[in-house]
Design a protein around this ligand. Structure first.
Ligand SMILES: NC(=O)c1ccc[n+]([C@@H]2O[C@H](COP(=O)([O-])OP(=O)(O)OC[C@H]3O[C@@H](n4cnc5c(N)ncnc54)[C@H](OP(=O)(O)O)[C@@H]3O)[C@@H](O)[C@H]2O)c1
Length: 239
């Protein structure tokens, strides 16, 4: 498939686009857009996508906290609220709004929305992030019910940890896979599962969690995130 990459850093976009072009011999296009901003962003994306038949939309862009924190103590809280809701929520709605009409005309299309396991339960100390991802999960599930009969697949993807810049995990392990391993597994579920953990290790963790009463899961996550926060604070003091 031809690929359009949309993100904010032109240099990184060009690098990935040329890697894809060389490796897969397909056409690529890049659109520079900051999803943290709302003015003009979607008008420019719309113009960039003009005339293209979009078969698959992947809503992947997302930001989280730098470390787990109590809501009112999140650094630069007002800016974080705006950025996180714009990037994690608004982008999913707006991109779907731009691309879905064409898919409906052709009676086929796939929308892959990257939520998070953090959206399956309220996750204390990542409260805003967790709530934005619950939105993505609900939005995807509602949309799938609305458009399934029209030939559209909408999938809600709910990963646990993946070794990326966001998670700050450098070395992939069985339960914290590399992005390549995770995406390969997750793509195998498209059309089979409308809501997925994406890979077997994450499905297993999800299965174990499913036995816990919600209050127990929330208490467990609070305890775990308090520990991560304490480690972060200690490290900051030492530096
Ligand atoms: N990693 C995990 O453990 C994990 C777990 C569950 C869910 N997720 C979800 O998976 C998705 C991908 O996460 P990731 O771990 O790959 O994160 P990442 O390593 O931080 O990558 C995020 C990507 O989004 C781009 N981006 C960030 N802010 C942007 C903005 N304002 N405008 C345009 N592009 C922007 C980044 O571009 P730059 O490189 O220019 O910053 C980067 O390409 C997110 O939705 C995340 O919530 C991740």
């Amino acid at each position: 498939m031809k690929v359009v990459l949309i993100s904010r850093s032109k240099e990184k976009l060009d690098k990935v686009a040329s890697e894809i072009r060389e490796k897969y011999q397909v056409e690529t296009k890049v659109i520079v857009a900051d999803f943290g901003e709302t003015e003009d962003t979607y008008t420019r994306i719309k113009a960039g996508l003009e005339g293209l038949e979009i078969g698959v939309l992947v809503n992947n862009v997302g930001i989280s906290y730098a470390y787990p924190e109590y809501f009112l103590d999140v650094p630069d809280l007002d800016k974080t609220i705006d950025q996180m809701t714009n990037i994690n929520i608004l982008s999913v709605c707006k991109m779907t709004r731009l691309v879905l009409p064409g898919m409906l005309e052709r009676s086929k299309g796939v929308v892959l929305n990257i939520a998070s396991a953090a959206g399956m339960y309220p996750t204390p100390l990542l409260t805003l992030y967790s709530a934005t991802k619950a939105f993505v999960d609900f939005f995807s599930r509602g949309l799938q019910a609305e458009y399934k009969s029209k030939g559209i697949i909408v999938q809600s993807v709910l990963p646990y940890y993946v070794a990326t810049k966001m998670s700050k995990i450098r070395k992939p392990t069985f339960d914290k896979p590399s992005p390549e391993m995770y995406v390969r597994a997750a793509l195998g579920t498209v059309g089979l599962q409308s809501r997925t953990s994406g890979c077997i290790p994450h499905a297993l963790i999800g299965w174990i969690f499913s036995f816990l009463p919600t209050s127990t899961a929330i208490n467990f996550l609070m305890k775990k995130n308090k520990q991560i926060r304490a480690r972060h604070m200690k490290k900051m003091k030492e530096n």
